[in-house]
Write a protein that binds this ligand. Structure first.
Ligand code: NDP
Ligand code: GDR
Length: 370
C-alpha cells in the first residue's frame, strides 16, 4: 500500500485528493491546522475514529511555518508521495498579509523539500508542488504553456514563484522526484466562499431565494481558465506516477470573463441578467425569470461593482495549454464549464434552502450566551 502525505488536506483540493487516493488504496496522512472551531468540514465524511482497526486516513496537527513539526511528521509517516497543497491561497488577501504568505507558500515548500533531503528520503519520496497560473501574471502571451516566462502580480504569485524554482532546484541538485503542477483556476461546490466563482454561485442562490438583495463584485473584465477540481486532483496524482519528474500545465484551454460567469450562474436558476453601464458604474438587472420556484422582481438591480474588491495589480487574462499533459500522460477532462456552474449552483441552492428553513423557523439569529 502506498502512503501519501497531503498538506492542506482541509482545503478544496486536499479533500478531493484524499478521496481520490483512498479509492486507489492509499494510506493517507493529512496536515491540519489547529483552529478554534472545527475546520474539517470538507473531509468529515472521510474521518475515521482513532479506535477502529485498519485505519487508512490520519490527520496530524501542524503548520507550514513550523519546520520541526514537518520534519517529525515526514520522519514518522515515511511517505511515498507528498502533495504540498497547503497555502494562504487567496490572491487579494496576500496583499494584506504578504510576509505570512511568503512564509507559508514560499518557504513552506522549501521546508517540505528540505525535510525530504534531511531525512535521506530523496530516492523514496516523490513531491508534488501546487504551483499556479498566477505565476504568469502580467504575461499576455497566450495560451500559456510550460515554456512561457513568469511575471507574478501579487505577493501570493511571488511566493509561489519561489516555491516553483525551489522545487526545480531540489530536483536538479538532489535528484528528488519533485514536480510542479502549474494548475489554472479550478472550482467546485466546496470551493472557498471568497473566491469569485463560489461568491457568485452563493449569491445567485441567495438572491433567487430572497435571502440577499445584491452581489457586490470587483473586476468583471478579468478572464480565467476555469476547470473542475476533480479533474485537476486526478492530474496531481498522474504527475507523480510519470516516468520522469517534470513540470506540467493543467488547464481547460478556454477562458471566460467574470461577467460571463455571473450570467451563467444566474441562468442556472432561470434568471436572465442584463448588464448596463461601464467600469465602476456597471450593474446588472433581472431581465426575466422563468423558474417558478423563484419569485424575483423583474428590473431588480442584483449586481453592482464595489472597488473594495479590486486588486492593486491584477492578472487580466489566463488561458492554459495543457497539450503536454494530454499527450504525455493521457489526461482527459471530464467536466466542462457549463457542467461545473450547474453543479455549483445546484449545491448552493440546496445549501441556501436549508438557510430558508432556518429563517422561517426563526433559528438563524441566536445568542451564544443565552
Ligand atoms: P484552499 O484555500 O481551499 O486550501 C488551502 C489549504 O491550506 C487549507 O487546508 C488550509 O488550512 C491550508 N493552510 C493554509 N495555511 C496553512 C499553514 N500555514 N499551515 C498549514 N496549512 C495551511 O486552496 P485550494 O485547495 O483551492 O488549493 C490548493 C493549493 O493549490 C494551494 O496551494 C493553492 O495555492 C494552489 N492552487 C489552487 C488553485 C485553485 O484554483 N484552486 C490553482 C492553482 C494553485 P485551513 O483549512 O485551516 O485554512
Ligand atoms: P484568483 O481567483 O485570484 O484567480 O486565484 P479569484 O476567484 O479570487 O479571482 C478571480 C478573478 O475574479 C476577479 N474578481 C473577484 N475575485 C474575488 N475573489 N472576489 C470578488 O468579488 C471579485 N470580483 C472580481 C479577481 O480580481 C480575479 O481577476 C485563484 C486561487 O485559487 C489561487 O490560489 C490560484 O493559484 C489561482 O486561482 C490559479
Amino acid at each position: 500500500m502506498k502512503v501519501a502525505f497531503i498538506t492542506g488536506v482541509t482545503g478544496q483540493d486536499g479533500a478531493y485528493l484524499s478521496e481520490f487516493l483512498l479509492k486507489k488504496g492509499y494510506i493517507v496522512h493529512g496536515l491540519k491546522r489547529r483552529s478554534s472551531q472545527f475546520n474539517t468540514d470538507r473531509i468529515d465524511h472521510l474521518y475515521q475514529d482513532p479506535h477502529v482497526e485498519n485505519r487508512n486516513f490520519f490527520l496530524h496537527y501542524g503548520d507550514m511555518t513550523d519546520s520541526t513539526n514537518l520534519i517529525r511528521l515526514i520522519k514518522e509517516i515515511q511517505p511515498d508521495e507528498i502533495y504540498n497543497l497547503a497555502a494562504m491561497s487567496h490572491v487579494h488577501v496576500s496583499f494584506e498579509i504578504p510576509e505570512y504568505t511568503a512564509n507559508t507558500d514560499g518557504v513552506g515548500a522549501l521546508r517540505i523539500l528540505e525535510a525530504v533531503r534531511f531525512l535521506g528520503l530523496e530516492n523514496k519520496t516523490r513531491v508534488y508542488q501546487a504551483s499556479t497560473s498566477e505565476l504568469y501574471g502580467k504575461v499576455q502571451q497566450v495560451p500559456q504553456t510550460e515554456t512561457i516566462p513568469f511575471y507574478p502580480r501579487s505577493p501570493y504569485g511571488v511566493a509561489k514563484l519561489y516555491a516553483y524554482w525551489t522545487t526545480v532546484n531540489y530536483r536538479e541538485a538532489y535528484g528528488i522526484f519533485a514536480c510542479n503542477g502549474i494548475l489554472f483556476n479550478h472550482e467546485s461546490p466546496i470551493r472557498g466562499e471568497t473566491f469569485v466563482t463560489r461568491k457568485i454561485t452563493r449569491a445567485a442562490a441567495r438572491i433567487a431565494l430572497g435571502l440577499q438583495d445584491k452581489l457586490y463584485i470587483g473586476n468583471l473584465d478579468a478572464k480565467r481558465d476555469w476547470g473542475h477540481a476533480k479533474d485537476y486532483v486526478r492530474m496531481m496524482w498522474m504527475i507523480l506516477q510519470a516516468d520522469e519528474p517534470e513540470d506540467w500545465v493543467i488547464a481547460t484551454g478556454g477562458t471566460t470573463a467574470v461577467r460571463e460567469f455571473v450570467k451563467m450562474a444566474f441562468n442556472e436558476v432561470g434568471i436572465e441578467l442584463e448588464f448596463t453601464g461601464e467600469g465602476v458604474d456597471e450593474k446588472a438587472y433581472v431581465k426575466s425569470c422563468n423558474d417558478i420556484r423563484f419569485q424575483i422582481e423583474i428590473a431588480k438591480e442584483v449586481v453592482a461593482v464595489d472597488t473594495e474588491y479590486f486588486r492593486p495589480t491584477e492578472v487580466d487574462l489566463l488561458i492554459g495549454d495543457a497539450s503536454k499533459a494530454k499527450n504525455k500522460l493521457g489526461w482527459v477532462l471530464e467536466y466542462d464549464l457549463k457542467e461545473l456552474v450547474a453543479e455549483m449552483m445546484q449545491s448552493d441552492i440546496k445549501l441556501m434552502q436549508k438557510e430558508c428553513y432556518l429563517k422561517e423557523g426563526g433559528f438563524t439569529t441566536h445568542n451564544y450566551f443565552e
